[in-house]
Design a protein around this ligand. Sequence first.
Ligand code: ATP
Length: 248
Amino acid sequence: MATPLITAEGLGVKFVRNRRRQLRIREMFIHRGGRQPNPGEFWPLRDVNFAINPGDAVGVIGKNGTGKSTLLRLIAGVLIPDEGKIHVSGKVAPLLELSAGFSNDLTGRENVHLVGSLHGLSNAFLKAHFDEIVDFAGEQVSKAIDTPVRHYSSGMKVRLGFSVIARLSHPILLVDEVMAVGDAEFRKKCYATIEKLLAEGRTLVLVSHNESDLTRFCNRGLYFDEGKLITDGTVREALDAYNAVVPT
Ligand SMILES: Nc1ncnc2c1ncn2[C@@H]1O[C@H](COP(=O)(O)OP(=O)(O)OP(=O)(O)O)[C@@H](O)[C@H]1O
């Protein structure tokens, strides 16, 4: 049996709603005796257990706000669990929140170098592949490559971000709704890239609300509801469990 690349054991993370709310003076006196549980606390994910093997393509399915993106952030290591463990053996290429990764005051060209080097791509690699990266992002981005990305549309930033991150040779690919952001032409390029990366044996974890994307790429499905893993099976089984409660 293969050694899993990603394992979650009793995984849980806790968030606080209304974190910025100040305690009123009266409440400060009431809470003086010790830390009371914060009434805004909630668990977007709790007691989650699964194992993902090399080469698996896993669709993460569920209603809005059921912890899917939170799970990807835990796998990417940008969130630390409050309970249990997430073990990831291998580097992760995060195709998540792509437009957020840029520095708005820098040009597209400068951001390609910044984001690329933050993810471990060498200067020599970025120089050698710069034209391909920009071509992939499309004509609009090509024309604006020496303009600060502050002036880019969110779609342009996502295209350029995808273009850089898709160059990483990391074995684990996390994809969160990237395909929903772009136009039809960009979606086609995304599909072709993800298919190529899967054919190379990468492991994919894909968050999507699009059934045809899920069945196209994934052999497995994890269906979450209210932060709990309800179904861990084939992508069809997970979609059926989801559709049974949310009619299409
Ligand atoms: N940093 C945060 N602080 C507090 N609450 C948060 C934070 N990030 C997410 N949440 C909340 O945690 C819950 C799970 O969010 P998450 O983004 O993981 O859901 P999701 O399943 O990906 O939703 P969607 O399908 O809408 O993308 C939601 O209620 C969300 O409002």
